[in-house]
Design a protein around this ligand. Structure first.
Ligand SMILES: [Zn+2]
Length: 99
């Protein structure tokens, strides 16, 4: 399962979120490429109340270190375990979500 993220054509660094230059080498040669969504949960929290009336609760928000390099925030519909191996994908709303 892959995830489309910005990859530097000069040094190969994968970065998230998108930027104008590579955070590793300052190159502007950046391309969107499919990278693995595999990663490890660094930490997570669970929200039981939302200011958005249509939002599903409870919802979990995880900080995930991708095997490809960057750390991302991803939604999850269930509880997580710190250190758990997960896969992250982009959902139909463009949000990163644990698959
Ligand atoms: Zn670079």
């Amino acid at each position: 399962m892959s995830l489309r993220l910005q990859v530097c054509a000069e040094c190969g660094a994968v970065q998230y979120p998108h930027r104008d230059v590579c955070g590793a080498c300052l190159s502007t040669q950046l391309e969107d490429k499919d990278v693995s969504g595999a990663g490890t949960v660094l930490s997570w929290t669970r929200g039981h109340v939302s200011v958005f009336p249509d939002a599903q609760t409870p919802i979990s928000l995880a900080r995930v270190k991708l095997d490809a390099g960057p750390i991302v925030l991803a939604l999850a519909s269930s509880a997580l375990i710190t250190g758990e191996a997960v896969h992250v994908m982009r959902d139909e709303d463009g949000l990163l979500r644990r698959s």
